[in-house]
Design a binder for this molecule. Structure first.
Ligand code: ATP
Ligand code: MG
Length: 537
């Protein structure tokens, strides 16, 4: 049983494509009960639109597919079928089922509107003779007409209630070289003309697409009927949508071109490369795709607010997958200094790398009489509901086996705590909390990029460009992480493609070393940059 995954190389793949890949490479076969020996998937570049396509996109599609772990039985290009497609067009003309049309784009639109009343249909080019059409089509191919001057259209059914049957365009003139097959052509086939013919030619059993293509089923089968070709079965599934983002290459390209984001791989982007840079592993992504499954009906899997639920499931898949692979470390994003008045030693503390898996070992961090805690763990005034540092409060320090009593909290002009004075105590009372810390002597300064949603609304509207969240990236340049993280942050050893340099900063969330990191762990020079992946809960 053969399926195919046919993206157009006009942008980078996104999480919606991951769902489609999961379906075409795995889930569809499982639904059909096809054993692994009897299944295969083709990876097809649906590349019939040279103006919007490029080598960069062609390469990125292949990289992302491979990274997600899929191995196609064959890689094909629709463009490699241009000769075959051209001969199909000629055959169609000879059968009297295609004609060269000189109507302008606006006239075609207008024609569509009135097509339901054939009496006023201006079908003047529909009745051109086969010989004349063959000559005109050949003239198109030879470059005798300017761009947009005419098209080849299929002679379908102008009275059909389905607008896709209103003489769909088969070929158009474009004086643009093709990124894969070069400059041999100045006419290019349309998606509608190409897709079904290539599906048929490749012997695809199940042609799976998203629901909005349902109305194109009729034209898909019409053309295969007209050319007397093998007919694959078409199956539609619902399109994936996720709250607070957009899943359309056209819109994502606009975000890149307008420098709203750092590029296609910006950690806020829903692209595969963005998710990878954000610290999502392929397991996170595939777990999510399996979890949402594939159905024609969104409501079956996701009752109220499918958008929000998809978003939550994606984040939950990340937490589940990262919990067992992310090395623990202590970090403070907003450092406030703590000084111990009755402790002068330093102390070695052992921290498990992954608490649920002792085989992953441990690392040491040094506790010193001065250290930093996070601003969120300090208050100038005691409060019975607050268990962090506040005057008179008893607090435990995680992994240090040290309990301290908070003696005073100094505040700045703005009322914000600036320093905490404490003393170590050996009283038996159990502290209500164990706070994470980073030594003031042994630490690594780092930049932390905290990411929020790209859009302020769950479902970006037609005015989506006005709904971009201006605070989707917050850069914290004065964060500190314990030095045990250093080696994993080394710029030469971080290889996002093969491993995952993610950390759980205890009590904060999951973070990953960003590509902008230049840190060299031997000399201690260079900059460390972390991206937030997802919060703990
Ligand atoms: P875009 O608008 O992002 O360009 P597309 O459907 O035009 O999307 P293609 O590159 O043509 O993108 O799609 C390749 C395959 O991925 C198609 O089979 C398409 O149906 C599927 N696909 C694209 N987006 C989604 C999505 N959001 N959910 C599920 N499948 C998708
Ligand atoms: Mg598209």
């Amino acid at each position: 049983v053969r399926t195919r995954f046919p993206p157009e190389p006009n942008g980078y793949l996104h999480i919606g494509h991951a769902k489609s890949m999961n379906m075409n490479f795995s889930l569809a076969f499982e639904k059909l009960g096809v054993s692994p020996e009897n299944r295969e998937t083709y990876f097809r570049y649906d590349d019939t639109n040279p103006e919007k396509e490029s080598k960069e996109y062609i390469d990125s599609l292949r990289n992302d597919l491979t990274w997600l772990g899929w191995s196609p039985a064959k890689t094909t290009y629709s463009s490699e079928g241009f000769n075959h497609l051209h001969s199909c067009a000629v055959k169609l003309i000879m059968k009297g089922l295609a004609y060269v049309c000189f109507l302008t784009k606006a006239e075609v639109e207008q024609q569509r509107e009135v097509a339901v009343s054939p009496d006023i249909y201006p079908g003047k080019y529909r009745n051109t003779s086969v010989e004349e059409n063959l000559k005109l089509f050949e003239d198109m191919r030879k470059g005798k007409f300017p761009e947009g001057h005419c098209t080849l259209r299929m002679k379908m059914d102008i009275t059909s209630p389905n607008p896709n049957m209103h003489d769909s365009m088969a070929y158009r003139i474009k004086y643009t070289a093709h990124p894969h097959v070069g400059s041999g052509w100045c006419i290019y086939p349309s998606y509608d003309f190409t897709h079904c013919i290539i599906d048929s030619l490749e012997g695809i059993d199940y042609s799976i697409c998203t629901l909005e293509f349902e109305t194109r089923r009729e034209s898909y089968y019409w053309l295969l009927w007209a050319l007397d070709l093998y007919k694959p079965r078409v199956y539609e599934m619902s399109r994936l949508n996720i709250a607070h983002t957009v899943l359309s290459k056209r819109r994502l390209l606009k975000l890149v071109d307008s420098n709203t984001v750092r590029g296609w791989d910006d950690p806020r982007m829903p692209t595969i490369s963005g998710l990878r840079r954000r610290g999502y592993t392929k397991e996170c992504i595939n777990t999510f795709c399996n979890d949402i499954g594939a159905t024609r009906n969104m409501n079956l899997v996701e009752t109220n607010s499918p958008l929000l639920r998809s978003r939550k499931r994606l984040e939950q898949a990340a937490r589940v997958c990262l919990a067992d692979v992310s090395r623990r470390a202590m970090a403070v994003l907003d450092p406030v200094k703590v000084t111990l008045t009755n402790f002068t030693d330093s102390k070695m503390c052992t921290v498990p790398n992954i608490p649920t898996d002792p085989s992953k070992g441990s690392h040491d961090v040094i506790f010193t009489p001065t250290f930093y805690i996070d601003g969120a763990d300090v208050r100038a005034e005691a409060d019975s509901n607050f268990f962090g540092f506040a005057p008179t409060q008893l607090v435990g320090l995680k992994y240090a086996d040290v309990k301290v009593r908070c003696d005073s909290v100094k505040v700045g002009k703005d009322g914000k705590p600036t320093e905490v004075i404490c003393s170590v105590t050996d009283e038996v009372t159990k502290p209500k909390s164990y706070i994470t810390w980073v030594s003031a002597v042994h630490n690594l300064p780092c930049e932390v990029r905290q990411y929020g949603h790209l859009f302020t609304v769950p479902e970006p509207s037609d005015k989506w460009e006005e709904e971009i969240n201006a605070e989707s990236e917050v850069v914290i340049s004065t964060a500190l992480v314990d030095p045990s993280a250093g080696e994993l942050c080394d710029a030469s050893s971080t290889d996002k493609w093969n491993s995952n340099n993610s950390f759980q900063f205890e009590r904060i969330g999951y973070f990953v070393v960003d590509d902008d990191t230049t840190y060299d762990s031997k000399s201690g020079k260079g900059k460390i940059v972390f991206n937030s992946i997802v919060s703990l809960k």
